[in-house]
Design a protein around this ligand. Structure first.
Ligand code: AMP
Ligand code: ZN
Length: 137
């Protein structure tokens, strides 16, 4: 399979690795949004949240928790954004699941999660909530 993150995991192409265990690999983003921008990926290929096993996803999130603490200790950011995009409509570019850790400093101007909340229709919100609850397995 021609997957760039699988090739990073298998060392076929180089990366700046910061962590590895039997399930998870973490490395520096090559186009960092800020200092300390990290990517955490499962070693087993899975394109999105819909393909990854629960065990691998939990392992990725556990390493994300560990690395967020290390980023805090090393760089002392004022905040951290976690991002995990699924599908082209969600702006996912590399189709191998990854969590971004993006350290934040006030005034850094990054266009992440800075939308203006707008009021919606409460009946519609309830209707959608019902659809999701019905779909829960
Ligand atoms: P996205 O799929 O939109 O969540 O983001 C993909 C991320 O992968 C971007 O932030 C890229 O800078 C990063 N990226 C792409 N290729 C590499 C690479 N070879 N090494 C490290 N990061 C990469
Ligand atoms: Zn892959």
């Amino acid at each position: 399979m021609d997957c760039i993150f699988c090739k990073i995991v298998s060392n076929e192409i180089p990366s700046i690795k910061v962590y590895e265990d039997d399930r998870v690999f973490a490395f520096m983003d090559i186009n960092p949004l800020n200092d300390g921008h990290l990517l955490i990926v499962p070693k087993a290929h899975a394109a999105t949240i819909h393909e990854i096993t629960e065990a691998d996803f939990l392992a990725v999130m556990s390493v994300t928790h560990k690395l967020a603490a290390a980023v805090k200790k090393a760089l002392n950011p004022e905040g951290i954004n976690l991002m995990q995009l699924n599908g082209r409509a969600a702006n996912q570019v590399v189709p191998h699941l990854h969590v971004h850790i993006v350290p934040r400093w006030s005034g850094d101007g990054l266009p992440i999660c800075n939308w203006e909340p707008a009021a919606s229709d409460m009946e519609k919100i309830k209707d959608v909530a019902g659809q999701i609850q019905e779909a829960l397995e």
